[in-house]
Write a protein of this length. Structure first.
Length: 105
């Protein structure tokens, strides 16, 4: 089964912010990182359940999974699966505190 991948407005904003942060030191690396991360996110259309549960999974009334990205897995795309769609809820640096309910739409 192929899933549609949707990126929330919040996640798109966070992805752009992270890219700008990386670009401060190395614009070329930021561009590679952005394209690599978006490609990884799009790959969730094939088998999103291959990604593990997010740390916050038990605190929400729905399934939360995460895609880890980066050479050191320093960023994560937190997502849920709804019928035939993967919805990227947020993009977070791994050093940030866990996601709270109030941070989701």
């Amino acid at each position: 089964m192929t899933f549609q991948v949707a990126i929330s407005v919040r996640a798109a904003h966070e992805l752009r912010a992270a890219t700008r942060w990386i670009a401060r030191d190395n614009p070329q690396a930021a561009e590679r990182w952005f394209h690599g991360f978006t490609d990884a996110i799009q790959s969730l259309s094939e088998n999103p359940r291959s990604c593990g549960y997010a740390q916050e999974h038990g605190r929400f009334p729905f399934e939360l999974r995460q895609l880890l990205y980066g050479r050191r897995k320093t960023y994560r795309a937190v997502f849920t699966i709804e019928a035939d769609a993967v919805v990227i809820l947020t993009i977070r640096h791994s050093a940030r505190r866990n996601l709270r309910r109030s941070e989701l739409p």
